[in-house]
Design a protein around this ligand. Structure first.
Ligand code: NAP
Length: 284
């Protein structure tokens, strides 16, 4: 079984960004800039935000973390986002979810300009994306497409099953695969006989958010398995995905591990999106 190494592909994406960032800086006098907004004290969210800042620095981009207290009101958050929308030196905006319960993610997804939406997940961004005119593509499905491209796995004409229909992963994943000419089946919690459906697929992308949910018996021989799932509480408290990876060797053709598969791609695509948005606004 070929292990699809997301860490390697992410490194390749970052390396390709370094000259683009330098070129942007040469032409505009500053590197692309990502502004990350975080509200409250959730330690895991603060770690994710810190990792995004470090990732920006690695490719020569700059970033600012706007850390707002848990007592922030919706009006204050909206005002901060409007200020970032209007700031000519901010190229990408990312609001770290989840927000504290009294704040509305809906408002954030309405407010952040698609011209600066580094995640590609606001309602306007998704509208352009599904209309086939994306500013940028949502990071995680874009990361999956990049892994497939890197390993020269063509999806054209192939039967691909996506398990999960969230706005963040499943739906945009199905759209990107369709645009790449795959024949796509989108499954969800009401799908009947899921295993019978996944066993027909040449490629299965699993994003159900259920730890160790699918295994060898759910895939046909020589299938390609992409595991988007991420869970901190697998066997022995280790990070695991939606797939029982250890069952796959000798049965499927290729699969992404967790950790080290799709996960590293998401941040790499966030950087790529920020650079792309910067270039577009600068008219490159
Ligand atoms: P989500 O919003 O919880 O969506 C889960 C989807 O799976 C829903 O559409 C749900 O169906 C479907 N589902 C649940 N149980 C199912 C079942 N028994 N059979 C078939 N479908 C089922 O999750 P998400 O945000 O898309 O994330 C999915 C997973 O990816 C999570 O583990 C998350 O941590 C991970 N993730 C990883 C990255 C990364 O960077 N690697 C990024 C984002 C997400 P319904 O619509 O019918 O409820």
């Amino acid at each position: 079984m070929l292990i699809l190494n997301g860490k390697e592909v992410a490194k390749e994406v970052r390396s390709a960004l370094v000259p683009r960032v330098a070129n942007f800086k040469d032409k505009t006098g500053r590197p692309p800039h990502l502004s990350v907004v975080i509200v409250g004290d959730d330690p895991a969210s603060h770690t994710y935000v810190k990792n995004k800042k470090i990732a920006c620095e690695k490719v020569g981009m700059t970033s600012t973390i706007h850390s707002m207290p848990a007592t922030t009101t919706q009006a204050q958050l909206n005002q901060a986002l409007e200020k970032l929308n209007a700031d000519p030196e901010v190229d990408g905006i990312l609001v770290q979810f989840p927000l504290p319960k009294h704040l509305s993610s809906d408002e954030v997804l309405r407010l952040v300009s698609p011209e600066k939406d580094a995640d590609g997940l606001t309602y306007a961004s998704l509208g352009y994306f599904f209309a086939g005119k994306p500013f940028v593509s949502p990071c995680t499905p874009a990361g999956v497409m990049q892994i497939l491209k890197h390993y020269q796995i063509s999806v054209q004409g192939r039967n691909v099953v996506v398990v999960g229909r969230s706005n963040i992963v499943g739906k945009p994943m199905a759209h990107m695969l369709t645009e790449a000419h795959a024949t796509v089946t989108l499954c969800h919690s009401k799908t009947q006989n899921l295993s019978e459906v996944t066993r027909l697929a040449d490629i299965v992308v699993v994003a159900a958010g259920k730890a160790r949910f699918l295994g060898k018996e759910d895939f046909k021989k020589d299938a390609i398995v992409i595991d988007v799932g991420m869970h901190g509480s697998g066997q022995g408290g280790k990070l695991c995905g939606d797939v029982r990876f250890e069952e796959l060797d000798g049965w499927v053709k290729a699969a992404t591990p967790v950790p080290g598969g799709v996960g590293p791609m998401t941040i790499a695509m966030l950087l790529q999106n920020t650079c792309l948005l910067a270039e577009k606004r600068a008219g490159f």
